[in-house]
Structure formats: C-alpha cells, structure tokens
Design a protein around this ligand. Structure first.
Ligand SMILES: [Fe+2]
Ligand SMILES: [Fe+2]
Length: 219
C-alpha cells in the first residue's frame, strides 16, 4: 500500500476501535467512592514514568537520527508531565515525593512495548497508537475534573499535557510516513497498533472492574 494511504487507513482503524474506549457513558464522568482527582493523578504518575522510561530505552536502541530526536523530545515531555502532576498533587495535599508509582512493578503495556524491536512497530504502538489513546483518555479526565470542580487540574491537562500528547501522536504519524514503506513494515505496524489497543481495552476493563476507574489520564 502507498504509505500515505497506509497511515490514513491505520488511523481510521485506530479511531474505530478507540470509540469502544470512549462510549457515551464513560464520557459522562461521575464521582463515586474514592474515585478522586488525587487518586487518578496517582495513576497518571505511573503512566508518565512508564512513558518516560520506554521512550528513553528506545532512544538508546534506535539507529535513525530523527527517531532518536523524536524520542528524546518525548522523554523530556513525559518527565515534565510527571513533575507537573506531582506538583499539582502537592497543591492538593498529597506529597508525591513519598510515593513510588512503580512500587508494584511495571504494567502489561510497558512490558509489551519494551519487547518491540523494530522502529516501525515502536512508532506505530508507542507514539501513533498509545498517544491516540491518551488523547481520548485525557479528554475524559478533563471532563471529570470539571465535574469535580477542579479547574486547575483541568487547565493543566487542557493547556499543557494534552497538546504535548497530541504532538507525540503527530510525531508517530510523521515517522510512520517515513519508515512504514514496505508491506512487511506495514503489516508489523498494523499488528503492533492493534495489540496496543487490545491491551488498552483490557487494562481499562480491569481498571473498571477493580477500581471503577474509567477516566485515568494517559500518556
Ligand atoms: Fe506522550
Ligand atoms: Fe505524558
């Protein structure tokens, strides 16, 4: 497939599956139990540190200069998000310095991404798809914050974090356009993207079952 058509097609498939992650009901946030902005921001810390580390690992292992630089920018952004979320948590009365989001280990999506070895798979999964998921989840989280009356957290996501995640998704698009040029590469990109979405869906189902969480911010 011609590469522009391939990326358009991959985007369309992703968006179709993402609609499953964004059913109407999850777009109508409601606060119940201990589903609080603070608890969701703790989930965000875990996502941000995992996203930082995966981009750092890939940066070291990538040969292409433009891929290295894209990943370097992402390392900087995701670690900045970690710091901003930690600062917001401390304004909300939670001391993030005494909290280790990796105390229970890395999550399944991290392990999956860490096992990808080609640039095309990494870019398709980690940037193009994972960041598309983040855009949906952050939109839900912003609504959640607004309903909870936390305008400062909503603003942090709307004005700073969300535009960065959108940029990471666009980096993924640019790199796919450059590198997903053979049938083999397109095939592995497609597989990596759909596995990432499956994992996100499984993770969301688990989070819903165990914690009633469906607005956790993404990366
Ligand atoms: Fe990101
Ligand atoms: Fe992030």
């Amino acid at each position: 497939m011609e590469v522009e058509a391939f990326v358009r097609d991959l985007d369309a498939r992703n968006q179709e599956l993402l609609r499953r992650l964004a059913p109407e009901s999850t777009l109508k946030p409601e606060v119940e139990g201990d589903l609080t902005v603070v608890n969701l921001l703790k989930v965000a810390l875990k996502n941000e540190i995992e996203a930082t580390e995966i981009a750092a690992r890939w940066l070291v292992g990538s040969a292409e200069l433009d891929v290295k630089l894209a990943l370097a920018r992402q390392v900087g952004d995701e670690s900045k998000h970690y710091r901003l979320v930690a600062e917001r948590l401390s304004e909300l009365g939670f001391d993030a310095r005494s909290f280790d989001p990796l105390a229970k280990g890395y999550g399944p999506l991290f392990h999956y991404l860490d096992g990808l070895h080609t640039t095309v798979e990494r870019v398709a999964a980690g940037q193009f798809t994972r960041e598309a998921i983040a855009i949906v989840k952050n939109r839900q989280f912003i609504e959640f914050c607004e309903v909870a009356g936390d305008e400062a957290t909503a603003r942090l996501y709307r004005e700073t974090i969300e535009p960065d995640e959108r940029h990471h998704h666009e980096l993924g698009r640019r790199l796919l356009l450059r590198y997903a040029t053979t049938p083999e590469a397109q095939n592995s990109a497609r597989q990596a993207a759909s596995r990432t979405l499956e994992l996100a869906e499984e993770l969301q189902a688990v989070a819903l079952r165990t914690g009633g969480i469906h607005h956790a911010p993404g990366c």
